[in-house]
Design a protein around this ligand. Structure first.
Ligand code: FES
Length: 134
């Protein structure tokens, strides 16, 4: 995708967020924050018996990139094994969003993925909440 298409892709996720909202009965809820700006993403996760992401939603407040990335991350991790979520690289989300566009804003681009990883790590430890900062 060229730069303009990547910007439109990000704006579409921001304006029409996928999997947005609270998830009742979530197995784990994870709050992620960027202390530099105060932006936040909350991830709700339900996990299947075979340790796959059954359902994932998010809420948040923040810049266009952080919230678009959260929408994109929910699409990327839905149905995935938990270990695959932990293995997902920060480069993968940056590439999906458009490296050229988000390169100068790595914290914004990776806030949601870090929050999802924290959710999975907590779930594996038998915890139901997580808190992380990027
Ligand atoms: Fe705060 Fe982007 S400016 S996460």
């Amino acid at each position: 995708m060229d730069r303009q298409s990547q910007i439109e892709f990000i704006l579409d996720h921001f304006e029409n967020p996928r999997n947005h909202g609270k998830l009742d009965g979530a197995d784990v809820v994870s709050d992620g924050g960027n202390p530099g700006c105060g932006d936040i993403v909350t991830i709700y996760l339900k996990v299947d018996d075979d340790d796959r992401v059954r359902q994932v939603t998010f809420e948040g407040q923040g810049c266009t990139i952080s919230q678009a990335a959260a929408s994109l991350v929910t699409e990327m991790v839905a149905g995935q094994p938990l270990d695959a979520v932990l293995d997902l690289s920060y480069d993968a989300i940056i590439d999906e969003l458009g490296r050229e566009v988000v390169m100068s804003r790595p914290r914004c681009a990776t806030l949601a993925l870090g929050t999802v990883k924290a959710a999975v790590a907590s779930y594996k430890k038998g915890e139901h909440t997580a808190k992380t900062e990027v």
